[in-house]
Design a protein around this ligand. Structure first.
Ligand code: SAM
Length: 246
């Protein structure tokens, strides 16, 4: 198994290192002191060490200076899972939220960790095995398709990912289809203030909350609420519902 993963790492390494460095830089929040200097990471790209990209991501996404990490337990509480729920963590990355959700939904529930990046799914599978979670399914999505079974999911959770979607309308229609009638969609996203100069770590975020909410409503979701989550200052947390079946 390790050998297969290593081979896959080897094939993908060049492309993924570039992707990881671009996205990790984009995801960095202020004060991310644990980040290795990019020059060091780039230097190690050629050192035949397939793990380095994931190390960069882990240090960027699972570091106390990132509020989606430091406030993770408050975010999970705001999601409001109950045992037996099926939740999809779309754009699951390193699995930060996937693993927390797996504890919440318990053995009768299921977490679908969906991402377009196979390396992240390999990492999640290893973390799931290491922590004895048997209720997580890794799902390799496509750029504009979450590839989840139709009307199967109670809650779709999308954190720090919506602004990466290239074709937001198409992928969000697949999210809509995957949710059960009456199911919930939760988005956690960087807020930007119109007209205000964006700091570097948000330079890749092109639209603010009002635009996102109207795009999601256009798909057919109903806006339910914005939740004030303890510890989130730079990100907003909004909940939508897919209308219940008539
Ligand atoms: C900044 S990371 C966020 C990871 C995780 N949600 C978190 O908050 O820790 C963004 C993730 O979105 C994924 N991503 C980008 N485009 C995607 C798409 N079209 N479908 C699914 N995942 C995507 C990336 O591969 C990456 O894992």
């Amino acid at each position: 198994m390790e050998r297969e993963i290593s081979n896959e790492f080897g094939m993908m390494r060049g492309v993924l290192t570039a992707l990881a460095l671009i996205l990790a830089a984009a995801c960095a929040e202020p004060g991310g002191g644990a980040d290795p200097p990019e020059t060091e990471a780039q230097g190690q790209e050629t050192a035949d060490n397939e793990e380095i990209n994931l190390d960069v991501w882990l240090e960027r996404l699972e570091v106390g200076s990132r509020e989606l990490y430091s406030a993770r337990h408050a975010v999970v509480a705001a999601v409001g899972l109950k045992p037996g729920d099926w939740i999809a963590d779309v754009g699951s990355g390193t699995g930060l939220y996937t693993l927390l959700f797996a504890d919440e939904v318990g053995p009768t529930g299921r977490v679908f960790a969906e991402d377009i990046e196979p390396l992240f799914l390999d990492l999640i599978n290893r973390r799931v095995a290491d922590t004895d979670h048997s209720n997580v399914t890794a799902v390799l999505g496509r750029e504009a398709d979450v590839t989840l079974p139709k009307e199967s999911i109670d809650i779709v959770f999308i954190a720090d990912t919506y602004h990466y979607f290239n074709d937001r309308e198409t992928i969000m229609r697949t999210v809509y289809d995957a949710l059960k009638p009456g199911g919930s969609l939760i988005l956690v996203e960087f807020e930007i203030t119109p007209g205000e100069e964006k700091p570097d770590y948000k330079s890749h975020v092109r639209f603010g909350k009002a635009g996102v909410v109207s795009e999601i409503e256009f798909i057919g979701f109903e806006f339910v609420e914005e939740v004030d989550v303890d510890g989130l200052k730079d990100n907003y947390f909004v909940r939508f519902a897919k209308p219940a079946a008539e």
